[in-house]
Design a protein around this ligand. Structure first.
Ligand code: GLN
Length: 303
């Protein structure tokens, strides 16, 4: 199969779907991004990285970072995490407040915002510097030592982060935060504001396709832990649209409101697509379209 030609075709066919979406504007700095950008990259197990469109252009990774944060916490802390966060789809928007109160400050899963705040809180306790630990990991796995925080995006989210602050304070009131709310929120907005390209992200995610083995051959996760992260990506990685994403794409995926989606092709590689215009659930419209077309044409899915 000519994968380069396929990625080129997908870029041409899928990019126009962005017209059906809208760039996130609740973080004002994200609203400035050109909605017509489109990139797709495929990192394969044999070390190749192919791409088309804007696949080398860095963008705001936002919640795509949560898949990596989960990996770093599970690697250090194993099953202990599940006392503080669940692993069921929420069926609610990623920043919803209502479910958290009913469920006594235990977030449904690690990929909604409340759950990701728990990941950061735990990584702060385990590693001291949550953002720094994640950034070092992403630099090493992607091979791009320039991966860093966009301070303008971080400041913009911090200035408009009342919902995340509400989630964090509520969890603190339930005794489910170990570190000060302000510290957790500061690491959270900087983590979301990391910028990486499709090519960087696809390379950085290869351990998920490789049963937990890192780029240098060392083991981050057991085979079983890598399976579990992929499973949670499939069921929760695209929030209250995870059912539709599984139906259309048939791969574990993690989206972010910067318009990126990371999708894992077990034992084959990792795809990353970027198109900033989002659907009502916060997932990239053209991104999901491209992934749907990719798995439909190649037959490469987990099913
Ligand atoms: N930083 C964003 C927020 O907290 C991340 C959300 C997302 O990418 N789904 O709202």
């Amino acid at each position: 199969m000519d994968l380069q030609a396929l990625l080129d075709d997908l870029a041409t066919e899928s990019a126009p779907f962005a017209a059906q979406g809208k760039v996130a504007d609740y973080i004002p700095a994200l609203a400035a991004v050109d909605p017509e950008r489109f990139g797709i990259a495929l990192a394969t197990m044999d070390g190749r990285v192919l791409g088309s469109g804007d696949w080398r252009v860095p963008f705001s990774v936002q919640s795509v970072s949560k898949a990596f944060a989960l990996a770093l916490v599970l690697a250090r802390d194993g099953e202990a995490l599940w006392r503080r966060v669940g692993r069921e789809p929420s069926g609610n928007p990623f920043n919803s407040l209502v479910q958290l109160e009913y469920e006594k400050g235990i977030p449904r899963n690690p990929f909604i915002n409340a759950g990701a705040l728990i990941l950061i809180d735990r990584l702060l306790s385990l590693a001291g510097d949550s953002l720094g630990t994640l950034r070092t990991f992403l630099r090493e796995e992607s091979g791009n030592h320039g991966v860093d925080v966009d301070v303008e995006v971080a400041a913009s989210e911090a200035a408009h982060g009342h919902r995340n602050a509400a989630l964090a304070h509520f969890m603190a009131s339930c005794g489910n935060l170990e570190n000060p709310v302000e510290t957790v929120l500061d690491h959270y907005v900087r983590q979301c504001a990391l910028t990486m390209s499709c090519g960087d992200l696809a390379k950085a995610g290869l351990f998920l396709a490789n049963h937990g083995l890192r780029a240098d051959g060392s083991r981050l996760l057991t085979r079983s832990e890598a399976k579990r992260i992929n499973s949670i990506m499939l069921t929760c990685g695209t929030y209250d649209a995870a059912g539709d994403f599984a139906y259309r794409v048939g791969l574990p995926g993690k989206s972010g409101v910067g318009g990126g989606i990371l999708a894992v092709l077990p034992e084959r590689g990792v795809l990353c697509v970027w198109s900033p215009a989002l659907d009502a659930h916060g997932n990239s419209v053209a991104g999901v379209e491209a992934l749907d077309r990719f798995t439909t044409r190649t037959g490469w899915s987990v099913f």
